[in-house]
Ligand binder design. Structure first.
Ligand code: ATP
Ligand code: MG
Length: 294
């Protein structure tokens, strides 16, 4: 799978089993002037890892995530989640698989109804997917669960009756993370989750995501154009250009000794980048030394 970037020292294979498998995925848009947004993408994502997806604007990152989430049908190829081919599932089976994959987008405000209270925003997936969460009698239990979710993302359980505009961008992003966790998913797709935030707020949200991943054993597909962020969060990096994957490998290898000219070009655009300072690299170094393990 990892063809480039393995010459010097072969990296250890990712620890977890394969959770998500993309095989020859292709997606075209338009009928007369066809755009090939995703072109023959094959990729495995392992349980518990963070795979970063990077590439220039318009290269197909979001389209690829919508394909893997089963929100968009591929023109060719297939997606397997936990061994199940999404295209082979019945509608109700697909719903069951989809609840295990949730998404957090760049701008939480655009995906929140400003007239809904925080409690209803976070409870929305519960109410949609779980008949038991509906109705008056379930209300107290649902509020309790929403309170737990808010606390899990570092917010006060008492904010439930307030509205999105009363919060900062970072707090709203925490609310959308709480909502994404409501159904206890195994995979989170994070599409530029911190790109709209100030650098200091960005750091606290990245810390939260790292903590949640450790605690809940989550798998992340992390889309970002910010390579400094990628160096901090990623176990592996997949580099995309014009719909295709041009390089996939361990984060340190891809960021330190890129094999593909396009990756070098992306890296050259970043003035200072030292993935050795990234948390993941430090963790790996300390666990390799036997001091700690994830
Ligand atoms: N629904 C659609 N209809 C037509 N073309 C689309 C559609 N969605 C995406 N495209 C096209 O597919 C290509 C890839 O778009 P996509 O949004 O996946 O890129 P991206 O890598 O996520 O970009 P960005 O970094 O700006 O978010 C672009 O050329 C885009 O115009
Ligand atoms: Mg996008």
């Amino acid at each position: 799978m990892t063809t480039e970037a393995t010459e010097a020292t072969a990296p250890a294979p990712p620890a977890g089993k394969v959770l998500l498998e993309l095989n020859g995925l292709r997606r075209e848009f338009g009928s007369r002037h066809t755009t090939v947004a995703v072109d023959d993408v094959s990729l495995e994502v392992h349980e518990g890892e963070t795979l970063a997806l990077v590439g220039e604007s318009g290269c197909g990152k979001t389209t690829l995530t919508r394909l893997l989430l089963g929100l968009l049908e591929p023109t060719a190829g297939n997606v397997r989640f936990d061994g199940q081919d999404l295209a082979a599932l019945s509608a109700s089976q697909l719903r069951g698989v989809r609840r295990q994959m949730q998404v957090v987008l760049q701008d939480p405000y655009s995906s929140m109804n400003p007239r809904m209270r925080i409690t209803d925003i976070v409870a929305e997936p519960l109410v949609t997917h779980d008949p038991e969460a509906r109705g008056r009698r379930a209300r107290a239990r649902t509020r309790e669960r929403v309170g737990e979710l808010l606390e899990a993302v570092g917010l006060d359980a008492g904010i439930q009756d307030r509205y999105p505009h009363e919060f900062s961008g970072g707090q709203r992003q925490r609310v959308s993370i709480a909502r994404a966790l409501a159904l206890r998913p195994r995979l989170l797709v994070l599409d530029e989750p911190t790109s709209a935030l100030d650098v200091s707020v960005q750091a606290t949200v990245l810390d939260l995501l790292a903590e949640l991943q450790r605690r809940l054993g989550l798998t992340y597909v992390f889309v970002s154009h910010n390579l400094a962020v990628v160096a901090q969060v990623a176990d592996r990096v997949a580099v995309m250009s014009r719909g295709s994957l041009v390089e996939v490998g361990e984060a340190a290898a891809v960021l330190h000794s890129p094999q593909h000219p396009y990756t070098r070009q992306l890296l050259d655009a970043v003035p200072v980048l030292d993935p050795r300072r990234g948390r993941r690299a430090a963790e790996r170094a300390s666990s390799a030394a036997g001091a700690d393990s994830r």
